[in-house]
Design a protein around this ligand. Structure first.
Ligand code: ATP
Ligand code: MG
Length: 396
């Protein structure tokens, strides 16, 4: 048993001791055979939520309507979910209701792909009802059961299939791929938030080409936010150097760069994906910085406005375009700036009002900006008296 499972196996045995079945299921079992780090260990059981709660002293109802109870044992916590089926699907989305069942087979049958439908008991024996092990070995994404039915039930599965292809560098089995092509327009019914979750995983996948090519070929992109008109140019993203992308904001930055969006289109494009304002702003800044850096070295004003942290994120993006990541030089250049933030300017708006004895107005902000820029470019020393004289000479 892999080490991540050893403690959790005691939980499974405890459930069994109470007369129920319990197994490790889903992504964590798949990842054992892919040599991927195991993040969370999911457990499925024939015990109903109330029965799980009777077995363990400390539990939290995290999703009890879906059958999930969080169990706290020692310093660990596990999500334990009752075997269930999802029979009544409406609107091609998640089921509106789940039915708890006592049979593992029923539970595995409702899972999306064969590689995600494996179960493992506390003795590390694998229960493989859909030949998921073969598909892992052959690196294939295959729907459990009839792919058309499965995508018709829940269209998000199509996006999940594409993102697994990208994350794992698997290819999508033919019938599964054909079904995605046939039903791609059902993505229209899926909430943007759920599509975004899968799409960002696709972008961040090490083998994004393996997900992005079928994403374009099956026309799924046409039903994703803001992408309808881009078509083939989406593939520019998969032509970038094949190197892990470190963060979500960096992935979006590279993606909008690949799409060649006009500056004026970027915000509305990102808004369609329902990203937070904070993230949209960060991506726009990184995108601006990237375009500057692809043309030239940093200038002091851009470096100051972006800040060191974001400038270094931009540096990390240069290798995707065959340019060198100059983080050391960037740090040195940043440290050499005369000021790092506006509060370090030797004059404030109030100083200006007092000195010039004029009515407040737009001029104050403009003058501060001008002074700030001049200090950054070392055209004037950052000293109160000098700055006031400088302002007087240039502005009045
Ligand atoms: P990751 O490593 O990205 O978390 P995962 O396979 O664990 O991958 P989750 O989204 O955490 O993916 O889902 C856990 C399991 O639940 C999946 O392995 C799959 O068996 C099942 N599952 C999740 N979403 C669906 C869905 N839309 N349809 C059918 N089964 C699903
Ligand atoms: Mg998971």
């Amino acid at each position: 048993l892999p080490k991540e499972f050893i403690h959790a196996a005691t939980v499974i045995r405890e459930i069994q001791a109470n007369g129920y079945e319990a197994y490790f299921v889903g992504g964590c079992v798949r990842d054992i055979f892919l040599d991927k780090p195991i993040h969370d260990v999911d457990i499925a059981t024939s015990a109903y939520p109330e029965e799980v709660k009777q077995i363990f002293k400390r539990t939290v109802d995290v999703g009890i309507e879906h059958g999930t109870v969080l169990v706290l044992v020692d310093d660990e916590q596990y999500e334990i979910t009752t075997f269930r089926t999802e029979s009544t699907y409406q609107d091609y989305r998640r089921p509106d209701q789940v039915t708890f069942v006592r049979s593992l087979e029923e539970d595995l049958k409702r899972r999306d792909f064969t590689i995600n439908a494996l179960a493992m008991n506390a003795d590390a024996e694998i229960i493989d009802l859909f030949d998921g092990m073969d598909d892992i070995h052959n690196r294939i994404i295959r729907a459990v059961g009839n792919p058309e039915e499965r995508f018709y039930e829940d269209a998000l599965r199509m996006m999940r299939g594409l993102r697994f292809a990208s994350q794992l560098d698997f290819s999508i089995e033919n019938k599964t791929l054909e079904a995605i092509e046939k039903f791609h327009s059902l993505l229209e019914k899926i909430s943007v938030e759920r599509i975004t979750v899968e799409f960002i995983k696709l972008l961040l996948g090490m083998n994004r080409k393996s997900g992005l090519i079928p994403f374009v070929e099956t026309k799924c992109y046409q039903y994703c936010p803001g992408l309808k008109k881009y078509g083939e140019s989406i593939l520019n993203f998969s032509d970038l150097l094949e190197k892990q992308i470190n963060s979500e904001s960096q992935a979006w930055t590279l993606f909008i760069h690949s799409l060649n969006l006009e500056n004026s289109e970027i915000r509305s494009f990102l808004k369609e994906w329902k990203l937070s304002n904070h993230r949209m702003q960060k991506i726009q800044q990184l995108h601006y910085g990237l375009n500057q850096r692809l043309l030239d070295t940093w200038n002091s004003l851009d470096l100051y406005q972006l800040g060191l942290e974001k400038a270094l994120l931009v540096e990390e993006l240069l290798p995707y375009f065959g340019q060198i990541n100059s983080s050391e030089e960037t740090k040195t250049q940043f440290e050499a700036l005369p000021i790092y933030e506006r509060s370090q300017l030797a004059v404030t708006g109030n100083d200006l009002l007092e000195y010039f004895d004029k009515k407040p107005g737009k001029w104050v902000g403009e003058l501060i900006e001008y002074i700030e820029r001049s200090v950054l470019y070392r055209q004037v020393e950052n000293n109160k008296k000098t700055l006031l004289v400088f302002a007087e000479e240039t502005f009045f």
